[in-house]
Design a protein around this ligand. Structure first.
Ligand code: PMP
Length: 368
């Protein structure tokens, strides 16, 4: 049988082997229909059943309340950087942001590029993005239309330990918008705290090409009139996310991942425990050594993306070459920061973390 290496890629990321095996088994002839899911009309009853099952399984996993719409759209999380302000700034007001690293700053820059006036409600820039702002440090503008934050900064490895309040100084609530691309489904989440959640699929959901948006239904009438119709949450919702041809195969694969989370893992509570164990093991190994280090405040260390550096960066090339030869793939840090990064998404098994920790100890012993 094929050999699958341990894949620590930040995205597109590892998928569960059981999911890929099922996709393989269903590839040529889906359930006796004599064609693959890729070749079906998105309007066919069989495909609509696949799409609806994926949505209902996601709703069950995250316990999404009935007054939230779930959209399966495209354009990456980056398109949502634009879609969110188009959908929420129709009644005026300013987009407020908590900036904690590269992705939240990109979200702010896009809203600012489109409509100007984006405002920083709090930032971790002063501490070098090693700890997220504390709740009391988040101060919205009087005219805030919504507050956007990035729950997990995929490049920095910085994760919120709490859900921020989105409240203007006068005490009135505004929608809380969250880019959950790199930590959605890593554990249970109280969806009712959010106005909009969006996530690119290629980390914890499925293959690239799909974006999941979860939006509270009372927010569907806040859109600007000058919006591209494909960005419209209202239009997407009215059309069951099929205004045009959706990313049919990615949607199907996402559905298989949701079934795997429910049936093989046992839901997000169980996933949460496994993810905590995986992250604890890797951070403990890093902290126990002077050879490796991670700069993030313990409270905000990402469970999904663990960046680390070698004390002697001249060893980076050797570390990467030898880890790859040992079947530990994609440990190179983001090109903008260098060093290493191990992404430990849901589909990365504990055995992969064990193998990485063993490799790191061995490499240190030979080079330290
Ligand atoms: N937000 C976060 C937190 C991300 O990690 C990424 C991609 N790594 C993006 C946004 C951009 O996603 P996409 O490539 O799907 O546009």
């Amino acid at each position: 049988s094929p050999i699958r290496h341990h894949n620590f890629c930040a995205g597109p990321a590892a998928l569960p082997t059981a999911v890929l095996e099922r996709a393989r088994d269903e590839l040529l002839d889906y359930h006796g229909l004599g064609l693959s899911v890729m070749e079906m009309s998105h309007r066919a009853a069989e495909y609509v059943a696949i799409a609806e099952k994926a949505e209902s399984d996601l709703r069950e996993l995250l316990a999404i309340p009935a007054n939230y719409k779930v959209l399966f759209t495209q354009g990456g999380a980056t398109q949502q950087f634009a879609a969110v302000p188009f959908n929420l700034l129709g009644a005026g007001g300013r987009a407020n942001f908590v900036t904690t690293g590269i992705w939240s700053n990109k979200a702010l820059a896009e809203a600012d590029h489109l409509f100007g006036d984006s405002r920083v409600a709090a930032s971790s820039e002063a501490n070098g993005h090693v700890a997220v702002p504390r709740p009391r440090d988040i101060v919205l503008s009087d005219d805030a239309a919504y507050l956007h934050y990035t729950a997990n900064e995929t490049i920095g490895g910085l994760e919120f330990d709490y859900i921020p309040d989105a409240r203007r100084p006068d005490g009135s609530d505004v929608p809380l918008v969250c880019d959950l691309s790199s930590s959605i489904l890593s554990g249970p989440l109280d969806v009712s705290k959010f106005g909009v959640i969006y996530a690119g699929a290629q980390k914890n959901i499925g293959p690239a090409g799909l974006v999941v948006v979860i939006v509270r239904d009372d927010l569907l009438d806040r859109a600007r009139d000058d919006m591209p119709s494909l960005f419209s949450y209202q239009a997407l919702s009215d059309a069951g996310s099929m205004i045009n041809t959706p990313a049919t195969y990615s949607w199907y694969l996402a559905g298989l991942v949701f079934e795997w989370l429910k049936d093989d893992i046992g839901g997000l509570g169980a996933m949460d425990i496994i993810n905590q164990r995986k992250a604890d093991k890797l951070y403990a190994a890093i902290d126990a050594s002077d050879f490796y280090s991670n700069p993030i405040a313990p409270l905000n260390r990402s469970r999904m993306n663990v960046p680390f550096v070698l004390a002697d960066s001249r060893l980076d090339k050797r570390f990467l070459a030898e880890s790859e030869a040992a079947g530990l793939l994609n440990l190179k840090g983001h090109r903008s920061v260098g060093g290493m990064r191990a992404s430990l998404y849901n589909a990365v098994p504990e055995a992969a973390v064990n193998a990485l920790v063993d490799f790191m100890a061995d490499f240190e012993q030979r080079n330290g």
